[in-house]
Design a protein around this ligand. Structure first.
Ligand SMILES: [Zn+2]
Length: 219
């Protein structure tokens, strides 16, 4: 950990009152897929859980480079917390705050899990749709360079509910708390490239049914 990450620079206050926000675009994310969007500093991204109980893997890259991206371990140590909560910034692997969580109606977002990969390994294709491949496909679709090692670009696990359950550090995978219509609002602190994947896993973490998500971009 660098001294820079420990410095905890204050996050600038909101510059746009909620009532003045203007919807720029709406981006549906079909089940088991991902979508990307290029955003400017100060814009906001709303991630909506239309049917509830669905995880969104959140990736965000610095607008100037695929080599700088928000990294869960940096977010955890900056905030001194293993969960992502309202009022917390999200920190890059270069120790810069790139995003800020302004609103969160479900209140549960985890930071421990890598993107699901469908069982792929070098020389072996994924067996099912997965967040890693969907992240890289979403970047290609908006003509942003794909990082050379996507397996080390870990998501912030929006709506995921896999808490630490005791002081031994055990983790329990549960269904998301998110109800239909729950959402989070993220403010871009720098120019960023977002990707959100509607997690493809058919497991309990998505209540055994992969579902769609919805993004809205506000200026
Ligand atoms: Zn996934």
């Amino acid at each position: 950990m660098t001294d820079k990450a420990q410095s905890r620079r204050p996050i600038p206050p909101a510059t746009i009152a909620s009532k003045d926000q203007k919807l720029i675009t709406t981006i549906p994310i079909p089940k088991q897929s991902g979508r990307g969007v290029i955003m400017e500093r100060g814009q906001r991204l709303k991630i909506i859980n239309p049917r509830g109980k669905q995880i969104g893997d959140l990736f965000a890259f610095a607008g100037h480079s695929p080599d700088e991206f928000i990294a869960p371990t940096y977010t955890m140590t900056w905030n001194r917390n293993v969960y992502l909560k309202t009022g917390m910034p999200m920190i890059s692997n270069d120790s810069n705050p790139l995003l800020f969580l302004e609103e969160d109606t479900s209140g549960r977002n985890d930071l421990f899990y890598p993107a699901c990969s469908g069982g792929q390994k070098p020389g072996r294709l994924a067996s099912i749709p997965n967040c890693r491949d969907n992240m890289t496909a979403a970047l290609r679709a908006i003509n942003f360079p794909v990082p050379p090692h996507p397996e080390i670009v870990h998501p912030h696990n929006i709506f995921q509910n896999s808490p630490v359950i005791d002081l031994d550090g055990r983790i329990e995978v549960r269904e998301p708390d998110a109800k239909p219509g729950d959402y989070v609002i993220l403010r871009a602190l720098e120019n960023v490239v977002f990707v959100v994947t509607a997690c493809s896993s058919p497991g309990i973490a998505n209540a055994r049914e992969p579902k769609e998500l919805l993004m809205e971009v506000y200026a």
